[in-house]
Design a protein around this ligand. Structure first.
Ligand code: MEZ
Length: 541
């Protein structure tokens, strides 16, 4: 319920302009306008929020301050005596992470005949996949093609995507949809069985397949069932805190820690797949996040310590429409599908100030500009936002559309007495996605032999900005590929070489040589919402 007078006054203006705004087609920005906008307002361009790494494979490159602190931190096992001869789990393929990418990888590794195990610091399905709402892209309609999909994603990512990765993403997309469908994902369909597809920001064709506005939950439900039905072991509430190598420098397992008891276990594996997801819970630049509780960039830290290079770790995605009001759901995702269905972004004066389906980085920067220099934001007790005029959806598509197409969004706001069919909602960018991550080749292997990566922990698939729906797609395409490649590789040799953690000592030595003295230990595992209270800090992960 909106109670503050400034919001109520502004809503009157939004209502008065609604019919005109609904038919208005705000022009798209030119390339020059976008470049200037991004450079001035996008958080990725705020140089004071980045640090240059002085240690490790990306030495000399900049990353966000919060990530630099974790990449150049102490190992959790620094003062521990780890016995690598006592093996607790012995598998062919060890998958670290129980989200969509990890589950897809495990299913395909299992198909490949590998003895596979998933280890996850929370539970299988506690992942950003579960939080994804709007859909998954695939060019599988007669008016579309993977080539068209490639061009949209390549342009949207500022022509920085690794071509061989993006090629895989778009060419294997139709098969990914078929695979999910065969496993039991209930995609939205018309009465004759045709998949319903919509536009997303920066798409030239309607290729977003969805399960209403809980597409990720529907996909995760299906993948989780498949993993469990196959009897693939899942060790939950257990974090990987360091990778283990063999004497030749190849990945050969992980040191695991029980999140409750802190007991240490050793997993030996012929190949390892990192599928640990994103970093929203690091709250870069103080932004709220749409991410799940465990999104703390662990995979990047683990990989960095064994010498795997990162790619584009300086670029993050701020989803343009995070909840700005009410406070209880601050930062939660308001799916881009709301704009795909016709809602426009409107400022405090009721003006539709931008095209609703610009790419995400441009949309986020445009909202930040509207609320900062232009002074056209709507003030709240927590900050500021602009309106997303949801009643326009039914004006355009008819009554009942909101309940049918975005029921979860309707319910989320209804809990706070806001009826999105009748009232607009207040939004502001929220930290949503890690564009960068670990550099891989097309088969999913990182720079370290036998170490594979899939999902949000990968960098380079999307370049420097990702289009809506290409993340649910990449977890499937690259998850499956990592599972296939890792099981095939594991089948090429009988025995894992002698295990070692010498790289941890070597990294520590590098830190000392670089003059880095820090109390920080990493990976971080869970966010610390301790508000500076040292009592909380004692139990912090
Ligand atoms: O790909 C995404 O991040 C996505 C589909 C988000 C959304 O707006 O729903």
């Amino acid at each position: 319920m909106y109670t503050s007078q400034n919001m109520l006054d502004s809503i009157k203006k939004v209502e008065a302009a609604r019919e005109a705004n609904a038919v208005l087609e705000p022009r798209r920005m030119t390339a020059e306008e976008k470049e200037k906008l991004l450079a001035t307002y996008h958080p990725d361009y705020k140089q004071s929020e980045f640090a240059v790494l002085t240690v490790g494979p990306n030495k000399g490159e900049k990353v966000p301050l919060e990530l630099a602190e974790l990449l150049q931190a102490n190992s959790r096992i620094k003062d521990m005596d780890i016995d690598l001869t006592k093996i607790d789990y012995d598998v062919d393929v060890l998958v670290i992470g129980g989200g969509g990418a990890g589950s897809s990888a495990a299913i395909e590794a299992d198909n490949g005949g590998a003895k596979t195990m998933i280890v996850t610091k929370l539970r299988i399905g506690d992942a950003n996949t579960m939080m994804a709402e709007g859909g998954i892209q695939a060019a599988d309609k007669p008016n579309d093609s993977p080539a068209q999909h490639y061009l949209d994603a390549f342009g949207g990512g500022h022509f920085a995507a690794k071509p061989e990765l993006l090629y895989r993403l778009v060419t294997e997309a139709p098969d990914a949809i078929q695979w999910l469908s065969d496993l039991g994902v209930e995609f939205d369909k018309t009465e004759d069985g045709t998949m319903v597809t919509t536009h997303g920001g920066g798409t030239s064709r309607k290729r977003m397949h969805a399960a209403k506005d809980y597409s990720g939950a529907e996909i995760m439900r299906t993948l989780r069932d498949e993993v469990l039905n196959r009897g693939i072991p899942v060790v939950d509430f257990t974090a990987a805190i360091e990778l283990i190598l063999d004497k030749d420098g190849k990945a050969a397992g992980a040191v695991l820690m029980n999140m409750e008891t802190r007991e240490i276990k050793i997993a030996r594996a012929k190949t390892v797949i990192i599928a640990t997801g994103g970093a929203g819970r690091l709250h870069y630049q103080g932004f709220p996040t749409s991410n799940h509780y465990g999104a703390t960039a662990d995979g990047l830290v683990l990989a960095y310590r064994v010498g795997a290079k990162l790619l584009y770790a300086d670029t993050l995605q701020y989803h343009p429409t995070g909840v700005a009001y009410p406070e209880q759901i601050f930062g939660a995702l308001v799916t881009e599908k709301v704009r795909s269905l016709g809602a426009k972004l409107v400022n405090v004066n009721g003006e539709a100030f931008m095209h609703p389906l610009e790419t995400r980085d441009v949309s986020a920067a445009s909202i930040i500009r509207e609320c900062s220099d232009r002074g056209n934001g709507v003030a709240t007790a927590e900050g500021v936002g602009v309106w997303l005029d949801t009643p326009m959806i039914e004006l355009k598509n008819g009554e009942g559309t909101i309940e049918k197409r975005i029921p979860a969004m309707m319910r989320m706001f209804a809990k706070h007495n806001i009826d999105i069919r009748k009232e607009p909602i207040l939004v502001y960018p929220t930290l949503h996605y890690q564009n960068g991550g670990i550099d891989i080749s097309a088969d999913g292997m990182s720079g370290v032999e036998n170490l594979y990566v899939a999902g949000e922990a990968v960098g380079g698939i999307h370049g420097r900005n990702r289009l809506m729906g290409n993340s649910l797609l990449d977890i499937i395409v690259f998850g499956r590929n990592a599972g296939k490649s890792a099981s095939a590789k594991a089948a090429t040799f009988d025995k894992v070489g002698e295990l070692t953690l010498e790289h941890v000592k070597a990294f520590d030595k590098q830190l000392k040589e670089a003059g880095i003295e820090t109390d920080v230990v990493s990976p971080k595992l869970l966010p610390t919402y301790n508000h500076g209270n040292p009592e909380f800090e004692k139990g912090a992960f």
